[in-house]
Design a protein around this ligand. Structure first.
Ligand code: IPE
Ligand code: IPE
Ligand code: MG
Length: 251
């Protein structure tokens, strides 16, 4: 079999390599509108959205961005028509199975955040297998938020800490921001530096509520299936113009 040529994306000249975000989070929105605009069923937008994510992941890796977290399914998305939910679950499973070989070859470490226990069993198994097989990879940290809600994340962390207090293993005074962060689904990741939301909506939609405390937010009207490398380049260029003060005054 002839191996597929590996596409590499060179870092554009105008981006400063030492000022890139270390962790990019994306709210992949607008798949339905993309499909509707073409007279297609919504699910076609989700299908195309997978290609956008694959390209973005490779681009992040090639440009030296250490972590990418993508919002694939929110705790609120269960409220969509059952056919759409079913389609998405099947799509996640299929894509995961298809992409695993490539993620192995490209040194991607994949993880999932969210309450995975509510997902179809076969999807949970596929996820677990991908996590285990890529756990020692040193390349980009790729995290997919599936049945994720920022509030649920905070509540499950509270529950874990409360159990430790109840068991007498933790004093309430010992609960610090660092300890709390450590009990969130994202425990081993730095907070995102940049949040990108496609399709123009100016909201967080219950994404990483705690973790986005100081993220720079970039919203584009471009719909997710149309979000390409040049759009990502624009987002990073905008990010590099930002003055991140973290509550302090400008140096
Ligand atoms: C985002 O696209 C994908 C998921 C939420 C799974 P949408 O499906 O929300 O697309 P719009 O916002 O309806 O256009
Ligand atoms: C956010 O998009 C969730 C995901 C991208 C997975 P939604 O389309 O669900 O958000 P709202 O409903 O516009 O806030
Ligand atoms: Mg949407």
């Amino acid at each position: 079999m002839i191996p597929k040529p590996v596409v590499r994306y060179p870092l554009p000249n105008d981006l400063q390599p030492d000022r890139l975000p270390q962790h990019v989070a994306v709210i992949m929105d607008g798949n339905g509108r993309w499909a509707k605009g073409r007279g297609l069923p919504r699910i076609m937008g989700h299908r195309r959205g997978v290609d956008t994510l694959k390209t973005l992941l490779r681009c992040c890796r090639d440009w030296g961005i250490g972590a990418l977290t993508a919002y694939a399914f929110s705790t609120e998305n269960w409220g969509r028509p059952v056919e759409e939910v079913d389609f998405l679950m099947t799509l996640f499973e299929r894509v995961l199975r298809q992409e695993l070989i490539e993620m192995m070859a490209e040194n991607v470490r994949i993880r999932f955040v969210g309450d995975l226990s509510a997902l179809p069993l076969s999807l949970q198994q596929e996820m677990q297998s991908a996590v285990t097989k890529t756990q020692h990879h040193q390349g980009i940290n790729f995290t997919v938020a599936t049945n994720y809600g920022g509030r649920e994340d905070i509540v499950q962390a509270c529950r874990a800490l409360a159990s430790q207090v109840q068991a007498g293993n933790l004093a309430p005074e010992e609960i610090t921001e660092a300890l709390f962060s450590h009990h969130l689904y994202t425990a081993n990741l730095p907070d995102p530096d940049l949040l990108i939301r496609t399709s123009g909506e100016m909201r967080i939609s219950n994404f990483l509520l705690w973790q986005l405390a100081y993220a720079e937010i970039y919203v584009t009207d471009t719909l997710w299936p149309d979000f390409d490398i040049s759009e990502f380049h624009r987002a990073l260029a905008a990010y590099q113009q930002r003055d991140r003060r973290f509550g302090k005054v400008k140096a």
